[in-house]
Design a protein around this ligand. Structure first.
Ligand code: AMP
Ligand code: MN
Ligand code: MN
Length: 329
């Protein structure tokens, strides 16, 4: 089974692979609040580069959530952000970031590097790289990295575990944003003798007690609009404290909202120290990315987010709900 890419994509992959083969040292990073797509992509590219004898490091702003620690090589991922690090690398590879601010503290290091490769599947991307491979039709950056790794050499089982994780994380187990290639790529990864059921269970079926307690508290704030097409929920700082939970323990909350029959848009508000993080999900009929973009955020039609600084959670709730008011009619 041959997976056929467009000529444009093939050209981008060739350009990227040429740099990967010709340069010696690479810094790989992804976005703040690193997620399954970013981690899976980073590690599989790390393994590919190590196999051809390159110097590689993965450095992110935030620590990886506990649920991804089962991934091979997850222990190599670092969180240091000393600008001096820039001296050590020729190329920065930025994955799954619509703009460089999304790399958080790692932006400073990346900006100092002589060459940047930007690989992303978000709808909006500021094209900050020397090579920019941006294609929103891909399910995940993991799916894009699959083609890069495939071109670089044979994909091994460890890489397959990571890339499969990226794909199922970003598609929420094949429930949205499938590309023309997703199922073929998944099949190729499964053929490398990975255990797809075990990986899905590790990611979606191992909720921690903190997460469940936090979810119980958040459920008290569940709200629907009049037509029950929009559903929202809040997680306050007080709830985080009571549940002894962190941001990573909200994994799956907004997906729960969109799993309700008849609900078209689910919105989760998370109170943080400097403002409120908004996560939105849509069944596809409503474009939530366009709303996120109005507040300096981004994402995809079906999954988008933004951060409203220096505002209270009630205020942010009112602002976002006003954006969705037209759905009352
Ligand atoms: P989240 O709600 O954080 O799970 O994010 C959903 C999607 O929106 C992901 O693809 C994120 O990369 C993207 N996203 C979330 N927050 C932002 C932001 N502040 N700016 C740009 N993209 C974002
Ligand atoms: Mn992501
Ligand atoms: Mn992604």
């Amino acid at each position: 089974m041959e997976v056929k890419l467009s000529l444009q994509n093939k050209k981008k992959i060739e350009d990227i692979v040429e740099v990967l083969k010709n340069k010696k040292s690479f810094l790989i990073t992804s976005h703040i609040n690193i997620d399954g797509d970013g981690i899976g992509s980073e590690i599989s590219l790390y393994i590919a580069l190590k196999k051809i004898g390159k110097k590689v490091e993965i450095i992110n702003q935030d620590r990886i959530p506990a649920i991804f620690k089962f991934l091979p090589f997850s222990e190599v991922i670092k969180t240091v952000s000393n600008e001096e690090e820039a001296k050590n690398f020729e190329v920065g590879i930025v994955i799954d970031c619509g703009n460089l601010d999304r790399a958080g503290k790692i932006k400073k290091i990346i900006k100092k590097l002589p060459f940047i490769i930007n690989i992303d599947h978000h709808l909006t991307n500021s094209q900050f790289g020397n090579i920019n491979w941006i294609d929103p039709s891909f399910s995940s950056t993991g799916e894009m990295i699959y083609f890069v790794c495939d071109k670089l050499g044979n994909i091994d089982k460890n890489q397959a575990v990571c890339l499969y994780t990226s794909i199922i994380y970003d598609t929420y187990c094949f429930t949205h944003h499938l590309s023309n290639y997703t199922l073929d790529v998944a099949k190729k990864l499964i053929n490398l003798k990975i255990n797809p059921e075990k990986i899905a269970q590790k990611i979606f079926c191992e909720k921690s007690i903190q997460s469940v307690i936090l979810f119980k508290l958040a459920l008290e704030t569940l709200k629907f609009n009049k037509k029950k097409k929009v559903c929202s929920m809040k997680v306050t700082k007080e709830m985080f404290k009571r549940a002894k939970a962190k941001e990573e323990h909200t994994e799956g909350f907004v997906e729960f909202l969109i799993s309700i029959k008849g609900v078209e848009v689910g919105v989760l508000f998370k109170e943080k120290d400097k403002g409120v993080k908004v996560s939105m999900r849509s069944k596809g009929n409503i474009d939530v990315e366009s709303i996120a973009q109005r507040y300096n955020g981004g994402g995809h039609r079906e999954a988008a987010g933004c951060f409203l600084e220096n505002k209270g959670i009630e205020e942010v709730e009112a602002i976002i709900m006003k954006e969705l008011q037209w759905m009352e009619f």
